[in-house]
Design a protein around this ligand. Structure first.
Ligand SMILES: *[C@@H]1O[C@H](CO)[C@@H](O)[C@H](O)[C@H]1NC(C)=O
Ligand SMILES: *[C@@H]1O[C@H](CO)[C@@H](O)[C@H](O)[C@H]1NC(C)=O
Ligand SMILES: *[C@@H]1O[C@H](CO)[C@@H](O)[C@H](O)[C@H]1NC(C)=O
Ligand SMILES: *[C@@H]1O[C@H](CO)[C@@H](O)[C@H](O)[C@H]1NC(C)=O
Length: 829
């Protein structure tokens, strides 16, 4: 719609009605503003205006008759031939904020006579866009006790409208905080930037141990949030409250009167975020402490600004002993210093300082521990300088406490600096006394430690008591708890000593159990322990008081040579050749003297000994059947010295060889048959052999001495030792037959013996062989035997009778004795 009215003030939004009103005023002085010659011009037009709006009327000056428009018209701007510039659509600032146009004036032939002249159209903003949060949800975290107002996160919204106009000015607001206790807001938002920080209340009260999670609903409005017509958006913000990582610094340790190299490094990170300790700037000694350490706090404000300048101040000292204000801190540097010249551990082992660190708005407190380290600067002092005289019985038991001494040390208790060790420095050269220290209370106990020295000859008899020892026990008497056993724990590896205990008196007797030996151990440093047979209750231990010592010196005595054994055994075959070595005996002299050997008890002269070497040889034929175990003694005599000697047995066992032929077991003199023989008869004979027999016993075989005898005699074996000799007929003469019999022992090699067995054929009286005496000299007869016996009995009877009668006479009528008794008496006389 073409409007002929030329001048419009386009600086305000134009509505049609207003436009018409203005039109009516055209020609009343507004002409110069809305129409004019062609020249560079700038117009401002609100976006969103209704189309067909007149912008300007250019006036042509001859020969120009018409106008032409070019440039960024975007199909929106047009110019009429009469020079009326207008737009046919609503403008949109967000599409093109500035249109650069050119207008030319043309003559009737279409030739440009003026221009092109630049015409700029700026599109003015209207609030036609809503703000939008970039994220629909935000998450952030904040530490407890963070400074109020210090942003820890932000939300961010955009608005396409011109940020230089209220249309694009955003306004952030926390609409809701969940949870919200007592209506207190812990969080605040910068209404322009969207930065979120803690309020003062939040800085003070937020505590993750109570509630670590918060949710905010944040809104954003355009138009600076100031009008009802502003657009808005909202978002959700989750906030986690985290623990404050600020921690009290580690204790600072300070050595009393330290002589450590300087500067002493006590670098400490008091807190990774806020505070740390710098190395000591100066030396630290008890006498001159110019500095202890430096406390350095960091502030999160920008460095080197007034906000980051910190001040340090000690606000409390604990303990305030020996006085308050022992420590100073430099306000700007945080350097600790000691106000006092020296610090004594005896006054306080640790000081707790509360330091306030502040900037111009805020302050925080920090605790610094200062440990005073003890040095051994106190000497022990005896309670008494003289403990007087002490009288002791001579037999005071080892282990007895004879004196209690006490010294004190002012250094820190339960440290090496205050621990006291006692030492006897004079007057106990033999080391018989000792001091045991009770580490709990530094009390010293002077104790008899040693039984002194003992000197014994090495030949002191086994079984001798050499020392009496006594220990005491405080437990109930006569129980396992108070019973004492003594045990030698050192100095007697060979077990030469032992301790017998008298259970009544708990007295121990040190006794020689095995011979002492100077050559093996000349000095025994004996340690013995007194123990209870019952185990100690837990927590109680045997301590030094349960041990005692003495030294045993063994003196040398010239001793006889010694054989390693008391008896030597050897075995040899009985048929060894003369001069065969049958044994070897060696003795040693403890003093190392040479030894000469000899034999004693060689009754059969069978042996010979080499005096120098102790080798023993056979000196004659040996015979097992004479001595199966030949026992002699070998005497070792030291050469020189006191010619002491020792004997040891030498037992020579002879082993058998089959060197004896078999023979009859006895003399068979009385074998007879009654003559004349009524029937063939027999006799049993037995054989024997002096050699050792096998376990089966002898296995003899028997045979007649010659074949010619086989007509009259027959011999048959009964077993290994017995045989039966039988007659083969009855036609024997009345005389003695000597029957030769061969006996073989079956040994290896077999030995055979031939014996002559006398068999008598005689007349018999009542089945017994009778022959007049002397009829057959050498052979006793029954008759002669009986005669001899009768004569003997007769003589004895006469003697007995005479004796009996005399006894009766001597003893009188009172004596009534048995016949046996009467017979015995004269025999005793
Ligand atoms: C926006 O915050 C500033 C300080 O940050 C304050 O002075 C101003 O009043 C706030 N505006 C509104 C509308 O709350
Ligand atoms: C501290 O040390 C200095 C120098 O080493 C010494 O002279 C002084 O006696 C000492 N003080 C004490 C109490 O030990
Ligand atoms: C050993 O123990 C006893 C008893 O417990 C005690 O009286 C004595 O002092 C202790 N001796 C040492 C050296 O500790
Ligand atoms: C050590 O302890 C004993 C008793 O247990 C006590 O009498 C003494 O005073 C203590 N001494 C010190 C230095 O503590």
């Amino acid at each position: 719609m073409v409007n002929p009215h030329p001048v419009l003030d386009l600086s305000l939004p134009i509505v049609m009605g207003f436009h018409l009103v203005l039109s009516q005023t055209t020609g009343h002085g507004l002409e110069g503003k809305f129409s004019g010659p062609l020249k560079p011009m700038t117009f401002s037009i609100f976006e969103g205006q209704e189309p067909s709006q007149i912008i300007f009327q250019f006036k042509a000056s001859p020969p120009a008759v018409t106008f032409k428009l070019s440039g960024e018209t975007d199909g929106i701007f047009e110019i009429q031939p009469d020079g009326l510039l207008y737009h046919n659509k609503a403008l949109d600032r967000e599409t093109r904020a500035v249109h650069k146009l050119q207008v030319s004036a043309l003559d009737a032939h279409g030739n440009t006579v003026e221009g092109p002249v630049p015409i700029t159209v700026e599109v003015k903003d209207i609030n036609d866009n809503r703000p939008t949060f970039i994220q629909s949800k935000y998450e952030g975290s904040v530490r407890q006790n963070s400074r109020p107002g210090k942003p820890f996160m932000y939300v961010n919204a955009t608005d396409l409208d011109d940020p230089d106009t209220p249309n694009g000015q955003l306004f952030y607001q926390i609409v809701m905080q969940l949870p919200k206790i007592n209506n207190v807001m812990y969080f605040q938002i910068n209404n322009k930037t969207g930065e979120i920080s803690l309020t003062f209340a939040g800085s003070k009260e937020l505590d993750p141990s109570k509630n670590p999670f918060y949710n905010l609903v944040v809104s954003v409005k355009d138009m600076g949030g100031q009008t009802e017509n502003s657009f808005s958006d909202s978002t959700s913000v989750d906030i986690t409250v985290k623990e404050n990582i600020w921690k009290a610094p580690q204790p600072v340790e300070i050595v009393e009167n330290s002589t450590d190299p300087h500067p002493m490094k006590i670098t400490q990170r008091l807190s990774p975020l806020f505070i740390h300790m710098l190395p000591l700037p100066t030396s630290v000694t008890e006498a001159d402490w110019s500095g202890i350490g430096t406390l350095v706090a960091h502030d999160m404000d920008e460095e080197n600004t007034v906000n980051s300048v910190l001040h340090y101040k000690i606000v409390d000292q604990f303990p305030k002993f020996p006085k308050d204000g022992l420590f100073l801190i430099q306000s700007f540097t945080g350097l600790f210093q000691l106000a006092e010249q020296s610090l004594k551990k005896q006054d306080a082992a640790q000081y707790l300082l509360t330091v306030e660190v502040s900037d111009k708005d805020f302050h925080t407190l920090c605790q610094v521990k200062i440990n005073v380290i003890d040095i051994n600067d106190q000497i022990p002092i005896f309670e008494k300088s003289d403990y007087g005289n002490l009288t002791l019985a001579e037999d005071t038991a080892v282990g007895s406490t004879i004196l209690t001494i006490q010294a004190t040390d002012a250094d820190e208790p339960f440290t090496g600096s205050s621990k006291i060790l006692y030492r006897i420095t004079q007057g106990d050269d033999e080391g018989r006394l000792g001091i045991d220290t009770d580490p709990q209370n530094n009390t010293g106990y002077v104790i008899i430690k040693k039984y002194g020295n003992l000197t014994l000859a090495e030949d002191t008899a086994v079984g001798s008591t050499i020392l009496t020892i006594q220990a005491t026990d405080a437990d109930e008497p006569f129980t396992g708890s108070s019973k004492i056993l003594y045990r030698i724990t050192q100095g007697d590896d060979e077990g030469r000593l032992g301790v017998d205990t008298d259970p009544q008196k708990n007295t121990g007797y040190v006794i020689i159990k095995k011979p002492l030996d100077f050559e093996t151990t000349a000095i025994h440093n004996i340690v013995f322990q007194a123990e209870n047979p019952e185990p100690l209750v837990s927590g109680v231990q045997y301590n030094a008081s349960s041990f005692a010592t003495f030294t045993l010196f063994v003196t040398n005595v010239n001793e006889a040579p010694q054989f390693p054994q008391h008896i030597f055994q050897a075995k040899v075959s009985e048929d060894v050749a003369i001069g065969t070595k049958v044994g070897n005996m060696t003795a040693k002299d403890p003093e190392g003297l040479d030894i000469s050997y000899s034999l004693r008890g060689d009754t059969r002269g069978w042996l010979r000994i080499d005096p120098a070497t102790g080798e023993i040889f056979s000196a004659a034929p040996l015979d097992r059947e004479a001595e199966s175990l030949y026992r002699v003694q070998v005497v070792a005599t030291e050469v020189g010295g006191s010619s002491l000697s020792t004997a040891a047995g030498f037992n020579l066992a002879l082993t058998d060889v089959n060197d004896n032929p078999p023979r009859l077991a006895k003399e068979y003199t009385g074998l007879f048959f009654c003559h004349p023989l009524s029937a063939p008869g027999s006799h049993i004979i037995q054989a024997t052999d002096d050699d050792l027999q096998s376990f089966r016993g002898p296995q003899f075989t028997f045979a007649l001495g010659s074949e010619s005898l086989q007509n009259d005699w027959e011999i048959s074996k009964i077993n290994g030792t017995h045989a039966r000799l039988s007659t083969k007929h009855t036609r024997f003469e009345e005389r003695v037959y000597n029957v030769p019999i061969r006996i073989n022992d079956g040994g290896r090699p077999p030995l055979e013996g031939t014996v002559s067995l006398p068999v008598t054929f005689c007349s018999c009286v009542e089945g017994r062989c009778f022959r007049p005496v002397g009829h057959m000299p050498g052979i006793p007869t029954v008759g002669s035997t009986v005669g001899i016996l009768l004569t003997t009995f007769l003589v004895i009877g006469v003697i007995l009778t005479v004796v009996f009668i005399r006894m009766k006479k001597n003893k009188g009528k009172d004596n009534v004795e048995s016949a046996q008794g009467s017979e015995a008496t004269p025999l005793r006389n």
